[in-house]
Design a protein around this ligand. Structure first.
Ligand SMILES: [Zn+2]
Length: 339
């Protein structure tokens, strides 16, 4: 048996059973998450989301595309914007967002997190998928949005010693069985959590071509899945990998990665522009990270990080995007879960 085979044998197989948790209970869980965000003062009203969508529609020099077409050639005189929704915490506002986009005829991309509190739970080394989730998947599919998987194989490997690659393969197949026209994934979390990026589970996406890494004393396999064989055409971070990890840069980045770092301008600069683990092939990242507060990170010569930017200023920025620029607006729906 080859080394990869031996490594895989170290892991518990990914087994799935249903769990009776209902749709109503999932709604309650999402409400609990959004309540916590609200108490922290991080939540914007849903009208903030509508405002951004409406401005994109009104701007004739912007072409809004699903994430799976982000890198296709840009039309003449057009900037390209994709709406990426990472469904980490609030699938209820996720569906609300997908419905709003559908009502306006705009494409959007939504990524279900297979380790999220609304999706399932590990019990006695078996993954138990919540029965109530299926109705949410059906609602996303009905809107015609792009639906993908927010991948988190590393948490299954590192936290539960379960075969995380098989989890990704199984959940993609399950979403397709419910009618999702799934062609891509985006990695959840970042290397600051376990020491590798979740997209490294795919062939040719190992940083420095590494095929394993050490997590909590375990040798975790990377590059275990072939995107082509899984019918996947893209990874939504569009990662550009360094030839090798620079230990000094990694140490500096890890040093900054503490506490509420996602709202620290210095960390944001590292994460988006000087990330030692990967760069991105498109030009601009725009993420909503607090109440009426966006980060804009632009790569290239005139680039830099702006934080916090309010929604009015974001709309001015979008209105001035240069021809040929590709920007990804990333929303975690819990941030727009206000009334
Ligand atoms: Zn995430």
């Amino acid at each position: 048996m080859n080394l990869l085979g031996r490594l895989i044998r170290m892991w518990r197989p990914y087994r799935v059973r249903s769990h009776p948790l209902s749709r109503e209970e999932i709604i309650g869980r999402c409400g609990h998450v959004t309540g916590t965000y609200r108490e922290l003062g991080l939540v914007s009203p849903f009208s903030t989301y509508r405002k951004v969508v409406d401005a994109l529609i009104a701007n004739t020099s912007i072409e809004v595309r699903p994430m799976n077409r982000l890198m296709a050639p840009a039309g003449k005189d057009k900037a390209v914007v994709a709406l990426r929704h990472d469904l980490d915490g609030d699938v209820v506002t996720g569906v609300r967002s997908a419905r709003y986009l559908a009502s306006k005829g705009l494409p959007g991309s939504f990524y279900l997190l297979h380790t999220a509190h609304y999706y399932g739970t590990v019990e006695n080394n078996v993954f138990r998928r919540f029965a109530g989730l299926e109705s949410f998947v059906a609602e996303f599919v009905a809107t015609g949005c792009e639906l993908g998987l927010h991948t988190d194989p590393l948490s299954l490997y590192c936290t539960h010693r379960i075969d995380g690659a098989e989890a990704v393969r199984t959940e993609i197949a399950w979403l397709r069985s419910l009618g999702a026209n799934l062609s891509g994934t985006v990695a959840h979390n970042s290397a600051i959590v376990f020491g590798a990026e979740n997209f490294e589970i795919f062939r040719r996406r190992g940083i420095g071509n590494r095929r394993r890494f050490s997590c909590q004393g375990q040798n975790v396999p990377l590059q275990a899945l072939d995107e082509q064989k899984l019918g996947l055409t893209y990874e939504g971070n569009y990662p550009v990998l360094p030839d090798a990890l620079d230990p000094d840069k990694v140490a500096a980045y890890m040093d900054l990665s503490k506490g509420d770092c996602v709202r620290d301008p210095e960390w944001l600069r590292y994460y988006f522009l000087e990330n030692p683990f990967f760069g991105r092939a498109y030009d601009v990242d725009i993420w909503l990270l607090a109440r009426d507060a966006w980060v804009i990170a632009k790569r290239g010569g005139d680039g830099g990080v702006r934080w916090p930017v309010n929604t009015e200023d974001l709309l001015l920025y979008l209105g001035r995007l240069d021809e040929g620029v590709r920007a990804v607006v990333c929303i975690h729906p819990e941030y727009v879960s206000g009334d």
